[in-house]
Design a binder for this molecule. Structure first.
Ligand SMILES: [Zn+2]
Length: 349
């Protein structure tokens, strides 16, 4: 948990998008507004001492920054107009306002996350992940998951966990049967990243739902056209299933995936050969699976590990005991309680 807390500071410095804050980051986040207030006060005090009227903050120019003593000299009695020589506001105020805007953004982001966590019935506010690693982890096939010629033929690595010390897990959601608008809203409001592995036979009844998901920043990846057991199929049929889905995703969503997950986690050498030919770079499986009412673990100690990939599905009450938001609650409550943040898989690849 301490690791994640440290990462908040980095996350707060970045202040990009949803890397704003979290419950355990409250201290780091609050420190920034305090700094901002100090700077703003000094800027305001200068203006006030000179009897400056309430200027419209949007007008200050960044030009004319040459000359002029530092603030606090107290010599000048009249304040020049904006943009004129000697207008020291251009030295002080823009950064103050930048910082103010930044601090305000953090406050609003944090408040929004707290409100969203409450609104969606989470036990705690989800933790914010650290910034993406500058050096990407080297992905290797998990022991026991290799096929003949795996390394020699340059076949895509098959793994269940991303090698990282960051206390993060990755959420992946498969198939595409359930198309619950509440799920999209929930994930956007909570700002939780996830990666989708879709099968055409399920998504073709409503491509638009997954286009809206993509518009919210979710990367769509390949889970074959028809969700067959790959290992039971000859090479040509496997290639049709994988390359065919690449074409569908490219046509419908504008990008050609680099990730492929075989249905049921079933694959053989032909699967990986076909995947490589179709442009696939990696084959992420999973180390845990979360349902609306329970977790399943690959490891016998039933414990999350840094970098674990978690599987779930687009399913609703027709398929399991609850809704997709129920599943996300079960997922996030455990992940957060164990001190993990949810990171974006693509950031580590
Ligand atoms: Zn599947």
């Amino acid at each position: 948990m301490r690791l994640v807390r440290q990462n908040y500071v980095e996350g707060a410095k970045q202040a990009n998008g949803w890397r704003g804050s979290g419950v355990r980051g409250g201290i780091a986040v609050l420190a920034v507004p305090a700094l901002a207030v100090a700077v703003i006060v000094s800027g305001c005090a200068e203006g006030g001492a000179k009897g400056g009227s309430g200027e419209s903050s949007g007008e200050v120019s960044r030009e004319g920054s040459g000359g002029g003593s530092e603030e606090g000299s107290g010599v000048e009695r009249r304040r020049p107009f904006h943009g004129q020589p000697g207008d020291r506001r251009s030295l002080v105020e823009p950064p103050a306002r930048d910082l103010d805007a930044y601090a305000g953004k953090l406050r609003r982001s944090y408040a929004a996350r707290v409100a969203a966590a409450k609104r969606w019935g989470l036990a705690e506010v989800p933790l914010t992940p650290p910034p993406p690693p500058e050096r990407k982890p080297v992905l290797e096939t998990r022991e026991g998951f290799e096929v003949d010629g795996h390394v020699e033929d340059g076949l895509p690595p098959v793994f269940t966990t991303i090698p990282t010390r960051d206390k993060v897990v990755f959420l992946t959601i498969d198939d595409g049967a359930e198309k619950d608008p509440a799920f999209l809203r929930m994930m956007s409001e909570l700002k939780i990243p996830y990666t989708a592995f879709l099968s055409d036979y399920l998504i073709k009844e409503d491509y638009g739902y997954f286009a809206r998901m993509r518009d919210r920043g979710v990367v769509i990846n390949n889970h074959t056209l028809n969700h067959r057991v790959m290992r039971a199929l000859p090479y040509a049929a496997q290639k049709r299933e994988i390359c065919g889905m690449q074409d569908v995703i490219e046509e419908r969503y504008g990008t050609r995936p680099t990730l492929f997950r075989p249905p049921y986690g079933s694959y053989d050498q032909n699967t990986l050969r076909a995947a490589k030919v179709c442009g696939i770079k990696a084959v992420p499986l999973w180390n845990e699976e979360v349902f609306a009412d329970r977790w399943d673990y690959r490891e016998t100690d039933r414990t999350l590990r840094p970098g674990d990939i978690v599987l779930s599905h687009f399913r609703g009450r027709d398929h399991w005991k609850g809704t997709m938001p129920d599943m996300i609650r079960r997922f996030l409550d455990l992940v957060t309680a164990e001190g993990y943040a949810v990171a974006r898989l693509e950031d580590y690849l």
